[in-house]
Design a protein around this ligand. Structure first.
Ligand code: KG4
Ligand code: ZN
Length: 355
């Protein structure tokens, strides 16, 4: 099945074309095109994403990207578009474009939950083979807007165990990067500076580490960094970055692997923009090796926002709930476990857009 997908939830305009096959038993994906137009330079002077500027760029970039795959779009079976969560003006830019395209090509259109995209991006790894017996699995999604821990029974059944009560992990990276006067986007810049520092130099707190739940909280940690910088005028940016990064990694790793123990998970999955962090990936990998369980994370290019992951999520959505036709679109199948699942669906999706 050929899927053309569009992702504009934040500051990356992305378009992808994949050939997805194998069903739920043996899913495999051939990536025919994976295009991303980055807006970093446009938002850099503002120190963060400006939604209306991002929307304007999406509207400008989408036809340019489409032109690059024009030759292959006629054979597309399905068009998929990120329907949320994300920045609303940006989402609408993608949705309107996808609706027009679906109409023009007379192809079915489906809406995809952005977080499901991140979740399934773990299947987009060059080195990893998808383990046949990988469930139950614990999945951690760490992005700029979310920090969510899920228990997966199989590829399409999962439930939320916990989430952040305030800032997302990526948001904390971005805010601390700003405190250290690092340019946007903060997360990758902070990782670079942290590589030059000592992670044990400053004993920052590990919020909620010992609480018996799977929730997270990062805003207190960010404030601890702020107070530390105020009180230590001659601070080392490298030591501050390394110690902060280690505090976040300790909390994410401990809580994720505690859940893996508790639910006897055969795999741990790590996704979202923060999964780009090499120290975090290494820590998860080592911990999984120690516990003799699988560790899956996307290749680096598929950790941050891209449309290939959107297409993969759309594929699983179709296997579960086929689209009818034309403008009729399936809602993002976020959580599918009966009544409780539907409630969680509301919590996760935040994207009941009437396409
Ligand atoms: O998934 P994503 O591209 O967009 C959202 O859905 O939010 O995630 C972006 C987030 C940003 O907060 C960014 O700073 C963070 O991921 N990030 C990183 C790294 N690369 C991106 N955080 C820590 N280390 C990195 N290497
Ligand atoms: Zn994202």
């Amino acid at each position: 099945m050929k899927i053309l997908s569009i992702e504009t939830s934040c500051d990356e305009t992305a378009l992808s074309l994949i050939d997805a096959n194998g069903g739920l038993k043996k899913p495999h994906f051939k990536i025919l095109k994976n295009l991303v137009a980055s807006q970093i330079k446009i938002h850099q002077p503002f120190g963060g994403v400006v939604p209306n500027l991002a929307k304007r760029e999406h509207i400008k970039n989408l036809p340019i990207l489409l032109e690059k795959i024009k030759a292959s779009i006629k054979s597309t079976d399905l068009i998929a578009v990120t329907a949320g969560p994300g920045l609303e003006p940006c989402l609408w830019a993608g949705i309107e474009f996808a609706k027009d395209l679906a109409k023009k090509l007379k192809k079915p259109l489906t809406g995809v939950n952005h977080l499901e995209g991140h979740l399934y991006s773990v299947l987009l790894a060059k080195k990893n083979k998808i383990p046949l017996d990988m469930f139950p699995a614990i999945a951690l999604i760490v992005s700029g807007g979310h920090t969510i821990l899920l228990l997966m029974k199989d590829l399409t059944h999962y439930k939320k165990l916990g989430e952040t009560r305030d800032d997302a992990a990526g948001e904390a990276f971005d805010k601390v990067a700003r405190l250290l006067n690092l340019p946007y986007p903060g997360g990758p810049q902070l990782e670079k500076v942290a590589a030059l520092g000592n992670a044990d130099a400053i004993p920052f707190p590990r919020p909620m580490l010992n609480q018996k739940n799977y929730d997270f909280s990062f805003s207190g940690l960010k404030t601890a960094v702020l107070y530390y910088l105020r009180e230590n005028k001659k601070f080392s940016a490298a030591n501050t970055a390394a110690s902060f990064q280690q505090a976040v990694i300790d909390v994410l790793t401990t809580k994720t692997f505690r859940a893996a123990d508790c639910f006897k998970a055969k795999s741990v999955l790590l996704s979202g923009g923060v999964a780009n962090n090499k120290v975090l990936r290494q820590t998860f990998k080592k911990q999984a090796q120690k516990k003799k369980i699988n560790f899956l994370a996307p290749s680096l290019e598929f950790t941050t926002d891209n449309a290939t992951m959107t297409a993969v999520a759309a594929y699983f959505g179709q296997l579960k709930k086929p689209c009818l036709s034309g403008r009729q679109a399936c809602l993002p199948p976020a959580c599918r476990s009966g009544r409780a699942g539907r409630k969680k669906h509301r919590l996760i999706a935040q994207a009941h857009l009437n396409l």
